[in-house]
Design a protein around this ligand. Structure first.
Ligand code: LR7
Ligand code: MN
Length: 585
């Protein structure tokens, strides 16, 4: 491709373009310099009003710096509270945004990131003639520094000729600094290709993205959440598979930016799935997907926030369901639609984008409704055929709940002559088990339990390698619905003994099974009666000492190893020590 473009070059133009390139290069390196220095040296005056609002402390001697003075590593001092103001920034930040805004402000709008790509990616070349991209970022009450870091990371790490524009959609935010301050910052500090659209009322992220897309004019739409940082050469691997086949929708690997420390760390390569509660989850990549030479991984679903799609194809495929409100469900809806209606969904491991993963959503919907349930109902009725019964088996209270008019979505399915949900399960997601709800109705395995118990594979205490404590019941191990915590290990205590059996269950003290709700997947795991049908009680123990929960696709982690409370929770698997457990006899 590159050579094709070059063939059209005339030599006369080459001289002129060389001169221009040198001039442009000088211009950009100078403006880059001044921008970098202004973000680090507090200067008084108008310009400074928009720089992160903090007074710099003297850098500790061991702080790591990038070659140009940008921090590429965060020291523990980043989170230090020096005065009441710091305390307030952190506290209101956690309250409003559910992450550490103090650190986010101190990092500022630019930083170096660890290059998390595999070595092979670094050597890869992409065609020069790729499509132009419109990056669409929708936000509601986002932290100013996180939003600006998202925008600048795109400007800093995207070849300018590929970046057609950035379309910001303000979903009627309430926070003061997202009003004139933001207008002013964009006007004075950002290139014209950064545009801002303001919604007159709160639309939610689904209609918000549709609005953003309707203002976009680039060839490919790239959606991002408003608290992301794109990494080295992130865009080219997303564009090139679309160039080959325009019915391809492509996701990057979503690296993890910690909500508490803002540290950027690599994500393992996983792909998207879902459970019958219609929650998205991460699944291990099947071996069959690993030997693709282009590195692309076919993914049954996407997480939702970060993906690239041909703009015309987005329209052809029916955009989104505009009857869906605020948050939730649109990611599974578009994933099913892509696969069932003749497209494909890929994850490209060479494209890396960090996202701040937070433990709770800091906003609700204006009317306080559970929009995820309503949105999921809409998608179940449009796309899931008889398999929507699997959802209702878990959520019987939703069976007769109103979900609005879906006729235009059924018309999309008809117009595109889409395949059945059964086809999707058979061909795209054969790993999906029908067992849990089905077996709840007629639990054959469970009745057999008294007669023939599953074979015990391992037995002992479950010790966390970071906390150096063992997993036990918070109350009595016989208490149904009780949670688990880590406490000092005691090899004499039978209430600390876990059994891991061939059904992949974890049974505490011979009584109850460790269970993860498919309905409220943000809840911590609990001790429940063993049901013997996998899903919510299916754990995989082994590889890298992790305790992977199959139905939510996450790993068991200690929350704060130093706290005596010993809380644990499910988290995205990252291989860290806090997620490592050993079953010790
Ligand atoms: O009313 C709203 N209006 C908005 O503009 C509510 C939200 N938003 C914005 C918000 O500011 C943010 O930029 O929409 C974006 C997504 O909202 P988040 O960050 O609260 O969502 P999330 O990261 O918790 O949730 C994931 O699932 C959502 C389902 O609707 C969306 O698809 C999110 O984009 C998606 N995020 C990701 O895929 C990032 C990786 C997370 C994982 C796994
Ligand atoms: Mn998000």
């Amino acid at each position: 491709m590159g050579s094709v473009t070059l063939r059209y070059f005339c030599y006369g133009c080459l001289f002129t373009s060389l001169t221009w390139s040198i001039l442009l290069f000088l211009y950009f390196s100078l403006s880059q310099e001044s921008r970098l220095s202004s973000s680090h040296v507090p200067v008084q005056g108008v310009q400074h009003r928009f720089q992160p609002r903090f007074t710099r402390r003297p850098a500790p001697p061991n702080r790591a710096h990038g070659h140009d003075g940008r921090r590429n590593d965060l020291s523990p001092e980043m989170g230090m509270i020096y005065n009441e103001k710091d305390q307030e920034v952190r506290d209101t930040g956690y309250h409003r945004h559910a992450f550490n805004v103090l650190i986010s402000n101190r990092i500022g709008y630019h930083r170096d990131l660890p290059d998390t790509r595999n070595e092979k990616c670094k050597a890869k070349t992409y065609p020069l003639a790729l499509q132009t991209a419109s990056v669409v970022i929708c936000f509601f009450n986002e932290a100013f520094s996180a939003l600006l870091r998202t925008v600048h990371s795109v400007l800093d790490r995207t070849p300018s000729y590929l970046l057609h524009e950035i379309v910001l959609v303000d979903d009627n935010s309430e926070l003061d600094d997202l009003k004139q301050d933001l207008d002013m910052y964009i006007h004075t500090n950002l290139p014209d290709k950064v545009k801002l659209v303001r919604n007159k009322r709160r639309e939610g992220l689904i209609r918000g993205r549709m609005i953003g897309a309707s203002h976009a004019t680039g060839e490919v739409l790239v959606f991002l959440d408003s608290h992301c940082e794109v990494n080295e050469a992130w865009l080219q691997p997303l564009l090139s598979p679309i160039k080959e086949n325009r019915r391809t929708v492509v996701c990057p690997v979503i690296d993890i930016i910690s909500a508490d420390t803002l540290l950027y760390s690599p994500s393992p390569i996983v792909r998207g799935g879902f459970n019958w509660g219609l929650h998205f989850k991460w699944d291990p990549v099947p071996v069959s997907e690993l030997n693709n030479p282009s590195g692309a991984i076919r993914s049954p679903t996407m997480a939702g926030g970060l993906f690239a799609m041909d703009r015309e194809y987005f329209n052809e495929l029916g955009q989104y369901d505009s009857g869906m409100d605020i948050w939730g469900g649109e990611n599974l809806e578009i994933s099913f639609r892509i696969w069932m209606c003749g497209g494909q969904l890929l994850i490209m491991p060479c494209s890396r984008v960090g996202h701040i993963f937070r433990k709770r959503r800091p906003y609700g919907s204006p009317g306080g409704q559970d929009t995820m349930a309503r949105n999921s109902l809409r998608l179940a009725h449009v796309w899931m055929d008889e398999y929507k019964e699997q959802y209702f088996a878990l959520r019987p209270e939703l069976r007769n709940r109103d979900f609005g008019d879906i006729s235009d979505r059924l018309a999309v399915r008809e117009r595109l002559q889409c395949r059945s949900f059964k086809w999707y399960l058979d061909h795209v997601y054969p790993e999906m088990q029908l067992s849990s709800p089905q077996n709840k109705a007629q639990p054959p395995v469970f009745f057999n339990r008294g007669v023939k118990r599953p074979k015990v594979l391992q037995r002992g205490r479950l010790r966390n390698l970071l906390a150096k404590k063992c997993l036990v019941a918070q109350g009595r191990p016989s208490q149904k619905g009780g949670t688990v915590v880590v406490r000092p290990c005691d090899s004499q205590d039978p209430e600390q003994e876990w059994v891991y059996d061939e059904e992949h269950e974890l049974i505490l003290a011979g009584l109850l099974c460790l269970d993860m709700s498919e309905i409220r997947s943000s809840d911590p795991p609990r001790l429940m009666k063993c049901h013997g049908s996998g899903g919510s009680q299916q754990w995989s123990l082994g590889k890298n000492n992790r305790l992977y929960q199959v139905s939510v696709g996450q790993c068991l982690a200690v929350l704060d190893p130093l706290s005596h409370k010993g809380y644990v929770a499910m988290a995205i698997c990252d291989g860290s020590e806090g997620q490592q457990w050993q079953l010790e006899a």
